[in-house]
Design a binder for this molecule. Structure first.
Ligand code: APR
Length: 266
């Protein structure tokens, strides 16, 4: 039975859909939550493909791994235009992150598989070993030559002091946040573990992802191919909507906190 809403939901519809989603969550104990940039927009971090998102303002071809390692101006663009705005300490988890952490506290969360590099799920209280960061994390910076590792706060201090493109203090090699750029492979062990979790969960929830970047976007189908029900909470359509038991066109923060209220019987 498909409970679908293909336009932003009104309050009554959201209530009904939240009720249905809560019923599925109530009967599950190995839930995988798959998130994308759409769960962090309510924390003030722009996503990529919404109107006004990152790829509305910049050309993704300028932000590939090849460009980054071969061009000083590309490195400058990446650090100054793309990453700096994501490094503000003021970024805090929002209602969507807190709803996922509540699933963990209720012993219903198997894991979070996230495309985000902002570590807001951990900041909301999901333990490190339950978060699979498919595209890496901005918390770490690595030298591509000598492999020396830095924390982002160390590097941010240098950016705040006016350094435009930080390099390695040991060998002056290229420093790169520990994230996956276009043209780079995803960390093998992370993806294969995430795929296994998707295959063996008893409910798969997608929140805030356009599901258009592969191989990450394959993961919901690992669950549905195994006969597991899929819930999609996303402001716009995704290629997996027809496979979902429930799709909710609403802000993830509002929808997920409403679902958690229904689950608590409120
Ligand atoms: N609530 C629900 N959905 C939202 C919200 C919100 N508050 N804000 C945005 N969205 C939806 C948008 O409608 C969009 O469909 O979230 C989705 C975000 O999609 P993308 O911007 O494509 O982000 P994501 O799916 O994470 O992109 C995957 O692409 O550029 C790469 O590496 C980058 O990890 C990223 C990957």
């Amino acid at each position: 039975m498909l409970f679908q809403s293909d336009k932003p939901v009104d309050n009554r519809t959201l209530d009904q859909l939240a009720e249905r989603a809560a019923a599925l969550i109530a009967g599950a104990e190995k839930i995988v939550v798959f998130t994308g940039a759409g769960v962090s927009t309510e924390s003030g971090i722009p996503d990529f493909r919404s109107p006004g998102g990152i790829w509305d303002r910049f050309d993704p071809d300028d932000f590939t791994y090849q460009k980054f390692i071969s061009s000083a101006s590309a490195r400058h663009r990446q650090w100054q235009l793309l990453w700096k705005e994501r490094l503000t300490e003021t970024v805090k988890p929002n209602l969507a992150h807190h709803a996922v952490a509540e699933l963990h506290r209720l012993n219903k969360l198997d894991c979070v598989i996230t495309q985000n590099v902002d570590s807001l799920h951990q900041a909301a209280g999901v333990p490190e070993d339950k978060v699979f960061e498919l595209h890496g994390s901005m918390r770490r910076v690595v030298c591509l030559q000598c492999h020396r590792r830095y924390t982002m706060p160390e590097v941010k201090k240098r950016l705040d002091a006016g350094e435009e493109v930080p390099d390695c203090e040991a060998c002056h090699g290229i420093l790169k946040p520990d994230i996956v750029l276009f043209g780079e492979m995803l960390p093998d062990e992370v993806f294969s573990e995430a795929a296994s979790r998707a295959e063996h969960c008893d409910l798969f929830i997608v929140a805030g992802s356009s599901l258009v970047v592969y191989p990450a976007a394959l993961l919901p189908s690992y669950a549905t191919d195994a006969g597991t029900e899929l819930i999609i909470i996303n402001l716009s359509e995704t290629p997996m909507d027809q496979q979902a038991s429930i799709t909710i066109r609403a802000k993830a923060g509002e929808a997920m906190s409403r679902i958690m209220q229904k689950l608590a019987g409120k």
